[in-house]
Design a protein around this ligand. Structure first.
Ligand SMILES: Nc1ccc(Cl)cc1-c1cn[nH]n1
Length: 391
């Protein structure tokens, strides 16, 4: 029996969701980027970052995907720090060419938008303190001010993604089982998916007390209504969404696998369209995998057609595990993301900022805010409704 990966070319390119080792260094030529990125918390807290003179470096000495991802990570952190150094009080309208030109060049090569995304600050932003040690001795490569809180947020998110790996690796087995009517292997693989999603929720519990900021968007953001000018790249300002868990490839993989289609949420600007846009903020290989999965056979229809009680139960366990993970995400967002956004709105009002209803810098995109919460609840409720009803 040929493995499914042979049958569907894109699945051969299944991205490696297991923790493979990350590039942690670039050629010395790129020391100006790496030194500033490594010193970001100090530069931001001292309001020195925008005074840093950055040379315009060529990207021609970057070799391979991993060096491109690391260079993009460093430039992404520097860009977020440069834009939000003033905490939203003194935003900038122009990203200088020394940052904008290489950042956009590398982003185009990687088919990612020139803004820090989940795949940067979670999937590419880690190393093992002791290369020979266990996976738990993790550290991040770059951070914003906020010390261990930022670090914890990124590393816990990484552990959530690592927990998803077993479930993602079961997907080609599931598709293969559908194509070859392998009911036993299908039920076992579905149990692996459900267990993997449960482990994601367990890992997510470690996020308590951690927080994240400085990933705000310059799209639908009243502090940057036109967006950001990328000097030397585009003449007009461009708008891009900020980092969010909606950019997690693993969650969208499980949605597609289980046939969960998020309809238009109650909040128009948070909707199936927004989730679709988020695929453009994922690594190209992850995007291709999701698209291939979406164009493959329907697991939901197959399980229904078999009328097999074991498959029915195993499928529903996957759905309920995903709904429980999303419920937990709502608890966390309420406690650690929305409230700071509320404080942010209060601060803006004190500063006389024109706080539009519900659109503070942390309220409507990515993290925080009532619109975001209604969106998360709409997604969680749609997930719950995906349970197969009693036969
Ligand atoms: N866990 C995350 C990791 C990275 C980024 Cl950029 C965003 C989040 C996030 C936002 N809301 N819930 N999680």
């Amino acid at each position: 029996m040929k493995n499914i990966r042979e049958n569907i070319p894109s699945l051969k390119a299944t991205p490696s969701f297991r923790i493979s080792f990350i590039q942690t260094e670039l050629p010395d030529y790129y020391a100006p980027w790496m030194n500033v990125a490594a010193n970001l918390p100090h530069l931001i807290e001292g309001h020195q970052l925008r005074r840093e003179v950055m040379p315009l470096l060529s990207t021609q000495y970057l070799r391979g995907h991993r060096q491109l991802r690391l260079a993009r990570l460093a430039l992404g952190f520097i860009t977020m720090g440069y834009v939000w150094q003033g905490g939203g009080r003194q935003t900038v309208k122009i990203l200088p060419r020394a940052l904008a030109v290489p950042y956009c060049t590398i982003s185009e090569l990687l088919d990612l938008p020139p803004i820090l995304v989940y795949a940067d600050c979670v999937l590419a932003n880690w190393k093992k303190r002791d290369p020979c040690g266990y996976v738990e001795n993790l550290d991040i490569l770059f951070s914003f001010p906020g010390g261990d809180s930022n670090k914890g947020f990124f590393l816990v998110s990484l552990l959530v993604e690592a927990a998803a790996a077993a479930g993602i690796k079961a997907i080609p087995i599931i598709v293969n089982a559908i194509l070859h009517h392998g009911l036993c292997s299908l039920e076992t693989a579905l149990q692996d998916v459900a267990l993997s999603i449960c482990k994601m929720r367990e890992a997510f519990k470690l996020i308590h007390g951690k927080c994240l900021d400085l990933i705000a968007a310059w799209k639908d953001n009243f502090l940057m209504p036109e967006g950001l000018v990328y000097e030397g790249v585009w003449d007009s300002p461009k708008q891009f969404f900020g980092g969010s868990a909606a950019q997690s490839s693993t969650l969208q993989c499980f949605d597609v696998l289980l046939g969960i289609q998020h309809s238009w949420g109650s909040v128009p600007r948070f909707s199936a369209e927004y989730l679709g846009c988020m695929r453009d903020y994922m690594p190209a290989a992850h995007r291709a995998f999701i698209q291939t999965l979406a164009s493959g056979p329907s697991l939901r229809q197959f399980v229904l057609a078999t009328g097999d009680a074991g498959l029915h139960a195993a499928f529903n366990k996957c759905v309920s595990a995903l709904a429980d993970l999303r419920s937990y995400h709502i608890q966390i967002a309420t406690k650690y993301i929305t409230i700071p956004a509320g404080r942010c709105r209060a601060e803006q009002q004190q500063l006389g900022g024109c706080v539009h209803k519900g659109t503070s810098v942390l309220s409507e995109r990515g993290t925080g805010g009532t619109g975001f919460m209604r969106f998360l609840k709409a997604i969680r409720d749609t997930t719950r409704k995906a349970q197969l009803t009693e036969q």
